[in-house]
Ligand binder design. Structure first.
Ligand code: HEM
Length: 513
C-alpha cells in the first residue's frame, strides 16, 4: 500500500512550522528572559561560568546587565538575584514556588545526603524543618544563653593561652562546642575529643570546595566522578573520597553516642535525645526516622558550625585591619559595663557600637555569599521577564551587600555607617544574612546569640593586633576570602592579647567568670 502523503510534503510542513512558528516562539521566549552575558550555541554560558569568586563575578555582570541575571548551562537555566528587592519579591513574596532546592550532587558526593539544607520542597522538608524549629525557636534559644556565655569565656581563655597558629582552631572549637551541646548534649573538654576530629574534617568540604554551589561541573555532569583524575573537572571526586567517610562518621557517631548515653542513663538534654524520646513515645523508630534524625542532626552541624566559625574569623580579621573601630567598641564597653566584669546578653541593647561592629561583620564578608540556591518550580513573569520553571536561583547575598545605592563605599569595613546621622550615615543593617522565605536559616536565633556574645566578650577581654615577622616587620593581612558554599578568610596572622591585667587574672580564674 502506498503512503497517501509524500514524505517530502511532511518535511516541508515541518520546516514551515519550525521556521514560522517554533523558531519565532523560541526567539520571543528568549527575548523575554532576563538579560545576561551572551550565550554560545549548545553550551550556553558554560565556558563563562566562574569556578572561583562566583559572587563577585555575578555582581560584576549584574552591574552590566541588571540585578536579575539569566545564565544557561546545557539543560539548566540559572537566575542570579543581585538586589535585595528582587530576592525579597521572588524568594519571600513568591515563596510557594521558589522554595525548592536544586540537586547538590557535589555535596552528596562528599556524603551530605538526606541533609535538610539540600532537601527538595515537600513533606520531608516540612518534617525536617519542624524538627529543627522545635529545638531552635527564639524562645528556646534563650535557654542556651548561659551555655553560650560560658563557651564565649572559654574561647577567650583558649585564645589568650594559644599560639597564634592555633587561633583558627580555638574559633572553630567555639562553634563546634556550641553546636555539639545543642545537638548531642556533649561538652567538649579536651583537644582530642572525637567531635573535634570528625567535624573538622567533615566541614572542610563545605568551606574549601570552591565553585558555585549546585553549579559545579560535577553537579551538571555527575558521570565525571568515574573519569580518570587528569580529566578537567574531576578533582572534586578525589577529595570526595577523603571527605565522604568522615561526613558519614559524623552522622552515625552523633546519634549512636546519644543512644549509648541514654541506655546507660547518662544522657543530658539535647536535640537528638528529644527526638529519640519522641520516637519512643510514638512507638516508632523506623529506618527512615533514624535517617531523618541523622540528616537533621548532620545539617545542624554542617550549617551551624562552619558559618559561626567563619563569622568569628571575619570579625578577628576586621579587628586586625581596623584597630580604630576595635578601640571605639572597647571604649563603649568600658563606659557601659566597666572593666570589672564581662558582657552578658542583657547588655546588648546598651551597646550600640558593638552592635554595629557585629552587624558589619555579616555585611562586609557574608558567610554564605551566594545563599543556598533555591529552585523555581513554575514558569513565572517578573518585571516583564520570564523565569522558567526549573531554574536554579542564586540570591547573591555578597552582591546585595555591595549595593552602592544602600551602602556608601561598600567594600570598606565601616561599623559607624549604621549609626544615626550626624555621627554615622544611618544605613540599614543587612536584613537577609540568614536567607529568604520558606528556606530561611533554621539556626538564625542560635547563631545570632553565639556570635554576638563571642564578639562582645572578645572585645571586652582582649586586644587583637597585627603579628610581626622575624625581622620585626608588621604583617598586614590581605583580607582575602575563600568562596565556596561558605566563605572563610584565607589564612592570616595576628596576635590576641588579654586587654588588662585584671581581665587576665579573671580569665585564669574560672570561678570568677
Ligand atoms: C553565621 C551564622 C549563620 C549564617 C550567616 C547562616 C546563613 C544561612 C543562609 C544564608 C541560609 C540559606 C537560606 C536560604 O536558602 O535562603 C541558611 C540555611 C540554613 N541554615 Fe544557617 N546560617 C548560620 C548559622 C546556622 C546555624 C547555627 C544553624 C543550625 C543550628 C543553621 C542551620 C541552617 C539550615 C538547616 C539551613 C537550611 C534551611 C533549609 O534549607 O530549609 N544555620 N543559613
Amino acid at each position: 500500500m502506498s503512503f497517501p502523503i509524500p514524505i517530502w510534503f511532511l518535511f516541508v510542513l515541518w520546516a514551515a512550522y519550525f521556521c514560522l512558528v517554533a523558531l519565532p516562539r523560541r526567539r520571543r521566549a528568549s527575548r523575554r528572559l532576563p538579560p545576561g552575558p551572551p550565550r554560545e550555541y549548545f553550551i550556553g554560558n558554560l565556558r563563562q561560568m566562574p569556578t572561583e569568586k562566583a559572587p563577585l563575578v555575578f555582581h560584576e555582570w549584574a552591574r552590566k546587565y541588571g540585578d536579575i541575571l539569566y545564565l544557561e548551562l546545557p539543560g539548566q537555566s540559572i537566575v542570579v538575584l543581585d538586589s535585595l528587592q528582587a530576592a525579597e519579591d521572588l524568594l519571600d513574596m513568591r515563596s510557594a514556588i521558589y522554595s525548592d532546592r536544586p540537586k547538590f550532587r557535589l555535596y552528596e558526593l562528599f556524603g551530605w545526603t538526606s541533609s535538610l539544607t539540600g532537601l527538595p520542597y515537600g513533606k520531608k522538608l516540612a518534617k525536617h524543618r519542624q524538627m529543627h524549629q522545635s529545638y531552635l525557636t527564639r524562645q528556646k534559644c534563650v535557654d542556651y544563653m548561659p551555655m553560650q556565655l560560658q563557651e564565649a569565656r572559654d574561647l577567650v581563655r583558649n585564645l589568650v593561652s594559644s599560639e597564634p597558629a592555633g587561633y583558627e582552631t580555638c574559633l572553630s572549637r567555639f562553634a563546634t562546642g556550641i553546636i555539639t551541646q545543642i545537638v548531642s548534649g556533649h561538652k567538649i573538654e579536651s583537644d582530642d575529643d572525637p567531635y573535634l576530629r570528625i567535624s573538622k574534617m567533615a566541614l572542610e568540604s563545605l568551606v574549601r570546595a570552591e565553585g558555585t554551589p549546585g553549579g559545579t561541573t560535577m553537579d551538571f555532569f555527575p558521570f565525571l566522578q568515574y573519569f580518570p583524575r587528569w580529566f578537567p573537572g574531576t578533582h572534586y571526586a578525589t577529595v570526595a573520597n577523603r571527605w565522604r567517610p568522615t561526613v558519614r562518621e559524623l552522622y552515625n557517631y552523633s546519634v549512636q553516642s546519644v543512644k549509648d548515653k541514654r541506655d546507660s542513663g547518662d544522657a543530658t538534654p539535647s536535640f537528638i535525645l528529644s527526638q529519640l524520646n519522641e520516637m519512643e513515645t510514638c512507638d516508632k523508630e523506623t529506618e527512615e526516622d533514624e535517617e531523618d534524625l541523622k540528616g537533621t542532626a548532620g545539617s545542624m552541624f554542617a550549617a551551624g558550625e562552619s558559618t559561626t566559625w567563619s563569622a568569628l574569623s571575619v570579625f578577628v580579621l576586621a579587628m586586625v585591619l581596623h584597630p580604630e573601630y576595635q578601640l571605639k567598641a572597647q571604649e563603649e564597653l568600658d563606659k557601659v559595663i566597666g572593666t570589672a566584669r564581662l558582657p552578658e546578653f542583657a547588655d546588648r541593647e546598651s551597646l550600640p557600637y558593638v552592635e554595629c561592629v557585629y552587624q558589619e561583620v555579616f555585611r562586609w564578608a557574608p558567610g554564605v555569599p551566594l545563599g543556598v540556591p533555591h529552585r523555581c518550580m513554575e514558569d513565572n513573569i517578573y518585571r516583564g521577564t520570564m523565569i522558567p520553571a526549573g531554574s536554579i536561583v542564586y540570591a547573591n547575598i555578597k552582591g546585595m551587600c555591595l549595593d552602592e545605592n544602600t551602602y556608601w563605599n561598600p567594600t570598606a569595613f565601616s561599623p559607624q555607617r549604621y549609626l544615626p546621622k550626624p555621627n554615622g550615615r544611618g544605613e540599614p543593617y543587612f536584613p537577609a544574612k540568614f536567607g529568604f522565605g520558606r528556606r530561611v536559616c533554621t539556626g538564625q536565633y542560635l547563631a545570632d546569640n553565639s556570635i554576638w556574645i563571642a564578639v562582645a566578650t572578645l572585645l571586652a577581654a582582649c586586644t587583637i593586633i597585627n603579628a610581626v615577622d622575624a625581622d620585626g616587620k608588621v604583617i598586614v593581612p590581605d583580607g582575602s576570602m575563600s568562596y565556596g558554599l561558605m566563605s572563610h578568610p584565607n589564612e592570616y596572622r595576628c596576635v590576641v592579647k588579654p586587654q588588662t591585667a585584671q581581665i587576665e587574672r579573671m580569665m585564669m580564674d574560672r570561678d570568677a567568670l
